[in-house]
Design a protein around this ligand. Structure first.
Ligand SMILES: Nc1nc2c(ncn2[C@@H]2O[C@H](COP(=O)(O)OP(=O)(O)OP(=O)(O)O)[C@@H](O)[C@H]2O)c(=O)[nH]1
Ligand SMILES: [Mg+2]
Length: 279
């Protein structure tokens, strides 16, 4: 089963395109000024020889989530794709390529790396009906160079959907053909987070968890020990650091960023310290 993640600016037609691919009203799509999709959702269908799983995501921008919440949602959606997605479908409205769209691409590269564009992305233009008599090629000749550069960065893979014409199944088959070719080129591979990104978050979570865990576990007993004139062993501190570090590393692995990993690690450490010193 091919696993596809729809990514794009809020209102660019991700949910509508997901519905066109699945040929049913799986995701809510509407002409709202604010973001419609708030959390990642998925739906699948036995399309073609392989079947597809489509993951719809909240818009990177133009939603009411903070950047960190957006990133966390995006990470979650990649995890909805089992081991990782075969393709990122980057939706862009016909007639638009401005600051917002550029930022989506920059953000995508900063979260997933340039390799995502090169090996795992297909640009999907939506509102194909707005082309009227124009072909996509003619439209691209009038489009900004930067948009054409983006298509090159995505290995020249792009398609157009008219989501008002869901019965046009040819547009879907053509998109899936491109996905299939790309997956074959990748020898069946799919996108996985680079190890170093995960490692950085694990280390950040571990360090924060260990330090905060040790402090939370040791500081109150030290204070109490001073008051009561009792000696305090380092065992409590070491145990708290170990448990806090372990929990911090686990929390860090799933965090949206290194900064988030530090916060989550610290919280895990504080809880570990508080619990461990009870025993
Ligand atoms: N005419 C036309 N309208 C479209 C097309 N694709 C999407 N729309 C409309 O554009 C609006 C926004 O589409 P959505 O699919 O909700 O956009 P989204 O990217 O999921 O938006 P968020 O969930 O807010 O991030 C809806 O009213 C869609 O019906 C298209 O190909 N043609
Ligand atoms: Mg949506």
């Amino acid at each position: 089963m091919y696993r596809l993640v729809l990514i794009g600016e809020s209102g660019s037609g991700k949910s509508a395109s997901g519905n066109t691919i699945l040929n049913r009203q799986e995701f809510e799509a509407s002409p709202s000024a604010t973001s419609v999709t708030r959390t990642c959702q998925s739906g699948n269908s036995q399309l073609g020889e392989n079947g597809v799983l489509v993951v719809d995501t909240p818009g990177f921008f133009g939603n009411n989530l903070t950047e960190s919440q957006s990133r966390a949602e995006i990470f979650k959606c990649v995890r909805l794709c089992a081991q990782g997605p075969h393709a990122f479908i980057l939706t862009i409205q016909i007639g638009r390529y401005a600051e917002q769209e550029r930022r989506v691409v920059d953000q995508m590269v900063s979260v997933f790396g340039e390799i995502t564009l090169k090996n795992y992305s297909v640009v999907l233009f939506t509102r194909g009906d707005d082309l009227e008599k124009m072909t996509l090629q003619e439209y691209l000749r009038t489009a900004p160079q930067e948009l054409n550069d983006l298509l090159s960065r995505c290995g020249g893979r792009y398609h157009v959907f008219n989501n008002r014409d869901r019965n046009n199944r040819k547009q879907v088959t053509e998109l899936l053909e491109t996905v299939k070719r790309m997956v074959n080129t990748n020898h069946g591979g799919y996108y996985v987070f680079p190890d170093h990104v995960i490692m950085e978050k694990i280390v950040a979570g571990l360090a924060a968890g260990a330090v905060v865990g040790a402090c939370a576990g040791v500081c109150p007993p030290v204070a109490v020990g001073l008051v009561l004139g009792k000696a305090v062993t380092v065992t409590v501190g070491v145990t708290c650091a170990a448990v806090g570090g372990g929990l911090g590393a686990r929390a860090g692995k799933d965090a949206a960023s290194v900064k988030d990993a530090v916060v989550k690690g610290a919280i895990a450490g504080a809880i570990a310290g508080a619990v461990v010193r009870q025993y």
